[in-house]
Design a protein around this ligand. Structure first.
Ligand code: DAT
Ligand code: MG
Length: 143
């Protein structure tokens, strides 16, 4: 397995629930390193662009409204198998179907407000990281 990078977002509900530290703690305990991070309040255009793959879906407008309802924390995670590892930590999209002990099972109630985002493939990770971070904003963690 290789060292990968993935994009993670703590969504507005996660920030509002004051569980930023709890989520970061899960990343760190799993051996994932945070190599870039920022808090921002997405504009409608930013949220629509980020979720452009879903623009024909019936839930698109609600998803965008939710994503701009408050600030988010966006981070790049690095580690062995980081993309799948982060998806495993997150749990299924619908928290009711998420495995016990995952972030979504523990902190989310509904599919439309499910606390975290994580890239789902190497290709999308690259695109999503570049959507939020320049190469200069991504740090080397050599210590
Ligand atoms: P994931 O976030 O697990 O990658 P996704 O890419 O299929 O899931 O969808 C992106 C987000 O859109 C998801 O986190 C919540 C929302 N969403 C997905 N399916 C939905 C549905 N059936 N009803 C409402 N919102 C949904
Ligand atoms: Mg997705």
């Amino acid at each position: 397995m290789a060292i990968e990078r993935t994009l993670s977002i703590i969504k507005p509900d996660g920030v509002a629930k004051n569980i930023i530290g709890e989520v970061y703690s899960r990343f760190e305990k799993a051996g994932l390193k945070i190599i870039a991070a920022k808090m921002l309040h997405l504009t409608r255009e930013q949220a629509e662009g980020f979720y452009a793959v879903h623009k024909e879906r019936p839930f698109f407008k609600d998803l965008v409204d939710f994503m701009i309802s408050g600030p988010v924390i966006v981070q790049v995670l690095e580690g062995e198998n980081a993309i799948q590892q982060n998806r495993d930590l997150m749990g299924a999209t619908d928290p009711k179907k998420a495995t016990a002990g995952t972030i979504r099972a523990d902190f989310a109630q509904t599919v439309d407000e499910n606390v975290v985002h994580g890239s789902d493939s190497a290709e999308n990770a690259k695109i999503e990281i570049a959507y939020f971070f320049t190469e200069n904003e991504i740090c080397k963690r050599t210590r």
